[in-house]
Design a protein around this ligand. Sequence first.
Ligand code: SF4
Ligand code: SF4
Ligand code: SF4
Length: 244
Amino acid sequence: MTKIGFLQLNSCSGCMFAVLGSAIFPELLKSADIQVFRLISDIQSEDHLDVVFVEGGVTCNEDAELLRRLWTEGTKIIALGSCAVLGGIMSQSPNMHIDPVNKFVDPHSSLPGCPPPRRLLGNLLLSAIDGSEFELPEKNVCWECPFAQDQTYEIEITSLHSTHSPKSCFLREGILCLGPITRAGCEAHCIKGSTPCDGCMGVLNGNLPAAIANLFSVLKVSETIREYAELAFRYQKPELKLKH
Ligand code: SF4
Ligand code: SF4
Ligand code: SF4
């Protein structure tokens, strides 16, 4: 039986609750030997795991050393959620330094999202049971969005938030939506819930500053929005700052 761990670093537990709520989790309980899962058991053993799902970012040497030890022992490390994959929303903290998992080890696979989207999470959990390959979509959120047909880059973007259900692409309504540069997989979850995409799946090419700069170079973005450009970096701390 595959020995699996669900490890929580600096996190909010949202990704782990998504695991617990996944339709495939009952199957995982039957088919795998879960050795670590703080939310459901006090008994934890991080020794000789085959697979470990890691939620949250790395904030201390102990976390980094644990990841390195698991990696050295041959455990497949799977980064789960935007905090583990990108640094996430908590990496914006002015009081704490938080790094993604891949700064310390090379994950076997990664699934961003805050929390990760249900369908992809099911596929990822399944891959831990049957050894199947897990792949992220190489398309953007617009590809999954019901409003893709009426997208335009011609309207000035003056707002970051929607106050109503969209009848068309947010960009057509002058609201910033990061769907064009954000990796698909969530089935345009937020847009269907009347909220523009703020990029929780991360950018497609992995280079956030370049993707944001490219998007802002083709969109007409008001000066007010440019002053709040940090909002565009919500899930991944930029190494470069945009020039306003
Ligand atoms: S990715 Fe989001 S849901 Fe998951 S631990 Fe980080 S903040 Fe919580
Ligand atoms: S920009 Fe946003 S609202 Fe417009 S098509 Fe893309 S995901 Fe949908
Ligand atoms: S629409 Fe954007 S912010 Fe919302 S879940 Fe999808 S990728 Fe994340």
